[in-house]
Design a binder for this molecule. Structure first.
Ligand code: ADP
Ligand code: MG
Length: 481
């Protein structure tokens, strides 16, 4: 099957071939024809399977005819995060270069005035995160009554981030006569319900089991201890043939500390987590894409769906709390046909979490022993605001809880059990940075650190964006055809 068999226009085929794609991915070859026939569609395929082009390409041809009107976008694409929205915009630029389509990006963290100005002129394609869209809608800056094509992308992530009520509300503002496409890696019940309510007679395409292990990813588990994790990781980073790596951690503070400590050890490491301002995150991402740094330490929320090409390795510094996140994380490597390696550091406390992952993927991950645990003290740490769909599938809360509330006694107990071998004199400890110690009473109350809750609006990646009204980074710039 080639792109030419899918019914796309010649101009589009030219742009596709210039982008270097030779063959459509399975989701693309199955989704593009029905979308071109204006059917509603549900596309289920795991991360990294090319879902973006499966709606961007037919949309460009569908929108090629017709004119946009002021404040009335002709199509709307909803994305859970700013980064994903920006990536979709990049796709429209790349494939739409022989078309005269106008596009606007409505995301938090960039100047609203320019976004509004673009809308005023009328756009063919509006790419938005739900929060910012609702905001503009409420200010009367936008009318969705002319919007005859809606894409709800990364629906399962939308659910994770608590956006479903916003999406429902947005859906009611669009004309009933429209085409609706929904893409997701998984199909949990609330997404099915959403689809039943807002799609009409959709064609459902499921390309591979969402949790099935990607064949182009070599997976391994390396056993270590929580105190030896950093050493194990450093050892692996040196031993493996790492050209570029994403290192995932469950907590924002671990992301920060780990990136700093890797930097001190001479690694070219950067970081990306939900507490960083948008320009800062984009800057790190750019540095990573440009090869200025080749290790990016990330939290799940910040890294969600990022299209970073050519990552040779994914390291799970922490076993993810939710097995689904494992699939999403390792999907960052082995993309677009290249092989990649995903290595997960596992401590004895992670046994249950790893079991849950193996159960979900139906695949036993190969074990190998890591380096000997070293006397590296784990700092107490706050969890990354980790939204969940509330299905009670928490993988390792039991192991986490004591470590957080009684950090000192727990680590003492560990030390006591470990055989004390004579050690070389230790190098003086690096000076502690203020954020390493979090006084007990300065921490959020127990329940607000609970992992199983709906995220507050300000914890989402699409949260409030006061604080930056600066220039739009070049690749985010609104382009008017
Ligand atoms: P998803 O949304 O399913 O997670 P993306 O649309 O972000 O996946 O695509 C994942 C990666 O695969 C991107 O780097 C993209 O450029 C690449 N890709 C998509 N389609 C093709 C194709 N037909 N041939 C080669 N690479 C592709
Ligand atoms: Mg996607």
């Amino acid at each position: 099957m080639s792109f030419a068999d899918l019914g796309l226009s010649d101009e589009l085929l030219r742009a596709v071939s210039e982008s270097g794609y030779t063959e459509p991915t399975p989701i693309q070859s199955q989704a593009i024809p029905p979308v071109l026939m204006m059917k509603d569609l549900i596309g289920i395929a795991q991360t990294g399977t090319g879902k973006t082009a499966s709606f961007v390409l037919p949309m460009i041809d569908i929108l090629a005819h017709g004119r946009s009107r002021a404040r009335m976008p002709r199509s709307l694409i909803l994305e859970p995060t700013r980064e994903l929205a920006a990536q979709v915009a990049e796709n429209f630029e790349k494939y739409g270069k022989y078309h005269k389509l106008s596009m606007a990006l409505l995301i938090g963290g960039v100047n609203m005035g320019e976004q509004v100005a673009a809308l005023e002129k009328g756009v063919d394609v509006l790419i938005a995160t739900p929060g910012r869209l609702m905001d503009l809608f409420q200010r009367g800056k936008i009318l969705l009554t002319g919007c005859s094509l809606l894409v709800i992308d990364e629906a399962d992530r939308m659910l994770d981030m608590g956006f479903i009520p916003d999406i429902e509300e947005i859906c009611t503002k669009l004309p009933a006569q429209r085409q609706t496409l929904l893409f997701s890696a998984t199909m949990p019940a609330p997404i099915k319900k959403l689809a039943d309510k807002f799609l009409s007679n959709p064609k459902q395409i499921e390309v591979s089991r969402p949790a099935s292990a990607n064949l182009s990813i070599e997976q391994a588990v390396v056993e270590t201890s929580s105190r030896g994790k950093r050493d194990t990781l450093r050892g692996l980073l040196r031993a493996e043939d790492v050209t570029s790596a994403l290192v995932f951690s469950n907590r924002k503070t671990t992301v920060r500390d780990l990136a700093q400590s890797l930097g001190r050890d001479g690694f070219k490491a950067g970081q990306i987590h939900g507490d960083m301002e948008q320009p800062e995150r984009l800057r790190e991402l750019d540095r990573f894409k440009a090869g200025e740094i080749n290790i990016l330490v990330a939290s799940d929320v910040a890294a969600r769906g990022l299209d970073v090409k050519g990552v040779s390795h994914v390291f799970n510094f922490d076993v993810p709390w939710h097995p689904d996140d494992y699939v999403h994380r390792i999907g960052r490597t082995g993309r677009g046909g290249a092989t990649g390696k995903a290595i997960t550091l596992v401590t004895p406390e992670d046994a249950e979490a790893i079991e849950a992952i193996e159960k979900l993927t139906g695949h036993k991950i190969a074990r190998s022993g890591g380096s000997k645990p070293a006397a590296v003290r784990e700092e107490s740490d706050e969890p990354e605001a980790k939204p969940t769909r509330g299905r009670g599938r928490r993988a390792a809360p039991k192991a986490e809880a004591p470590a957080r509330s009684e950090a000192a006694p727990a680590s003492e107990a560990l030390v006591a059990r470990e055989p004390r071998t004579p050690r070389e004199p230790r190098a003086p400890r690096e000076p502690r940075t203020p954020h390493e110690v979090i006084p007990i009473d300065a921490r959020p109350p127990r329940e607000s650190r609970n992992d199983d809750r709906r995220p507050r609006r300000d914890e989402r990646d699409d949260g409030p964006d006061e604080g930056w009204n600066g220039p739009i980074p070049s690749f985010l710039e609104v382009r008017l055809g």
